[in-house]
Design a protein around this ligand. Sequence first.
Ligand code: HEM
Length: 195
Amino acid sequence: MRDPTFWILARASGLTAYVLLTMSVLAGLVLKSRPLGRKLNAAAVTDTHRFLAFLGLGAVALHGLTLVLDSTVHISLAALVVPGLAPYRPAWTALGVLAANLMALIVVSFPLRKRIGMRAWRKLHWATYGLFALATVHGLAAGTDTSAPWAFPIYLGAVGSVVFATAWRALNRPVRPLTTKGGDHVPNPDRPVAV
Ligand code: HEM
């Protein structure tokens, strides 16, 4: 009988990666819209946002590695990075590969943002929404567990909370920099460091 350990690990790590990605997106949105005002320290939220993204990328690596080691689906190392090479539910799996590539690019760009330039880096960071959409469709369409009664609420909760937090952010524009009487700008202690 086939040992299902890697298959179970692959599915569990896929869902873990998706939840961590969602939490990282939410932390980024909290950083920008600051629903709790001064109660949250901007530097701590920034660290949490990045840490969740790094953990998410680690879970994606485990997802890929366990899929390669498993014998239910035949996925090569090359198929983890080149969209369209995996024979299992090819279109939906390709979306996961695209999401993983985009996630790696965005996470690696964190420490390089000064070198890339803040404007270009911010534009790249907006691609997180595309990454989240790709990962959602990939998980829903490629996943074995999608039909389980507990799985759909996870996707619904993730999409619902990201849509809600994005709407909140759009309605609560970031605080403008403080100005002195002479009109000079001074740093606003409330304003988080842009990420
Ligand atoms: C950001 C990157 C990724 C995320 C967040 C992600 C997430 C997920 C999720 C949530 C599932 C459903 C698991 C289940 O229903 O139990 C899944 C399934 C799957 N993923 Fe990914 N994935 C990503 C990247 C990849 C990559 C790079 C591959 C490589 C080929 C891949 C291949 C697969 C396959 C074959 C399945 C079907 C497994 C099953 O039947 O559950 N994924 N993924």
